[in-house]
Each structure stands twice: as structure tokens, then as C-alpha cells.
Design a protein around this ligand. Structure first.
Ligand code: IMP
Ligand code: MG
Length: 201
């Protein structure tokens, strides 16, 4: 089968998109794999709940979560797995409005030990909102796990219980993270450089 050529760049398809390019690898697939393995061990070291529920925030967490739960199995952690969709980013890199739950998880959380998994902790609004939302459903505990953390961007006081990598204030894509829905398939994390000379937001 012939592979398609490079996808259209977003700026060709959307009038409000900014010109950009994807930089070299910031976090390699090997680094991701090692750290995700360690995160599963960290979680297992905290105890083995018989009512563990992992909830991924879509869409950015899908690759991270899929890798993480395979290490769970090796650490004798056996969760139920569900997803919720939280939306705050319109199309680009700026959080235009408060995050909202646009698709809730459906598993019963009464008495559960919940781990909420997201791709990146940026302003903190998404995970803060997700935790508040899930607390209302009667779990025994709610902990949070973010693959990436940009502490310098925080607008609300929020720290994840488990963090993969702390990174500088840069917009990044790959391993599930997108820019305008694209580049999630990269097996590594890479920085986006905007070539119009303006900051990300
Ligand atoms: P927060 O609510 O500002 O913490 O933002 C969390 C959400 O913003 C994440 O789930 C991502 O979807 C998105 N986001 C924040 N920073 C980045 C980035 O550098 N690349 C891709 N998505 C990002
Ligand atoms: Mg996103």
C-alpha cells in the first residue's frame, strides 16, 4: 500500500491556525516507556485496592493510559477502566473557557479508589474540575496522574499525585497530545515552534 504524503498542514485548512513546525524529539519513546513503568510501580507501592478505577481524560490520555495499564498488570494492579471527555481548548493552544465534562464516565464509583489520568497538567483547571466532578460520585479516594507537568503555567493551585515529566513552558505534541487534533500519533514528545514570532498564548 502506498503511504499518503505529509498531511495538509493546519494552516492550509484553517484560517485561524498559526504557522508552526514540530521540533526535534524532546522526550524519546524509550524515556517514555521507562517513566511509565516507574509510574505504575509508584502507584503499586501505595497499596493494592480491590476497587481500583482508572479514568482517562480524552482524548489526550489515550496512548499514555494504554501503556500505563499494561504496566499495571505487571504490578498486580487490576483496575476497571473508563474515560471521560473534558473540553476546554477550542482549537489552538489557549484555554478559552472553563473545562466542562462533555462525556461522563459510566462505571459505578461508590467506594472506588479512582486514579484520573491526563496527558498534561497545564493551568490545572481540567484536573481540578475532573476531581471535583468525580468526588461527587462517592469514591473512597481520587488521585491524579499526569504524564507531563508545566508548573510555570498554573492558574489554579493543583498538583498531581503522580507526574511523569516536568517540562518548561512550551507547547508540545505527540504520544497522545495534539495541536488542533493533529500529531497525536508521534511516538515521542516534541515541542511546537510557532513561526509567526508570537508566544503560544
Ligand atoms: P489545563 O486545564 O490548562 O491544565 O490543561 C489541560 C489540557 O490542556 C490537557 O488535557 C491538554 O489537552 C491541553 N494542553 C495543555 N498544554 C498542552 C500542550 O503543550 N500540548 C497539547 N495539549 C496541551
Ligand atoms: Mg488536548
Amino acid at each position: 500500500m502506498q503511504m499518503a504524503g505529509p498531511a495538509r498542514t493546519p494552516q492550509e485548512s484553517r484560517s485561524d491556525m498559526r504557522p508552526y513546525h514540530i521540533d526535534d524529539v524532546m522526550i524519546t519513546p524509550r524515556q517514555l516507556e521507562r517513566r511509565v513503568d516507574e509510574l505504575a510501580r509508584e502507584m503499586a507501592a501505595g497499596g493494592h485496592s480491590d476497587n481500583l478505577v482508572v479514568i482517562g481524560i480524552l482524548r489526550g490520555s489515550f496512548i499514555f493510559l494504554a501503556d500505563l495499564v499494561r504496566w499495571f498488570w505487571l504490578n498486580d494492579l487490576h483496575p476497571r477502566i473508563d474515560f471521560m471527555i473534558m473540553a476546554s481548548y477550542g482549537s489552538g493552544t489557549t484555554a478559552a473557557q472553563e473545562p466542562v465534562v462533555s462525556r461522563d464516565c459510566t462505571v459505578d464509583l461508590a467506594g472506588a479508589d479512582v486514579v484520573v489520568v491526563d496527558d498534561i497538567l497545564d493551568t490545572g483547571r481540567t484536573l481540578q474540575k475532573a476531581v471535583a466532578h468525580l468526588q461527587a460520585r462517592g469514591p473512597r479516594s481520587v488521585r491524579t496522574c499526569a504524564l507531563l507537568d508545566k508548573p510555570s503555567r498554573r492558574l489554579v493551585p493543583f498538583e498531581a499525585d503522580f507526574t511523569g515529566f516536568e517540562i518548561e513552558d512550551a507547547f508540545v505534541v505527540g504520544y497522545g497530545l495534539d495541536y488542533d487534533g493533529r500529531h497525536r500519533e508521534l511516538p515521542h514528545i516534541a515541542k511546537v515552534t510557532f513561526t509567526d514570532g508570537e508566544a503560544a498564548d
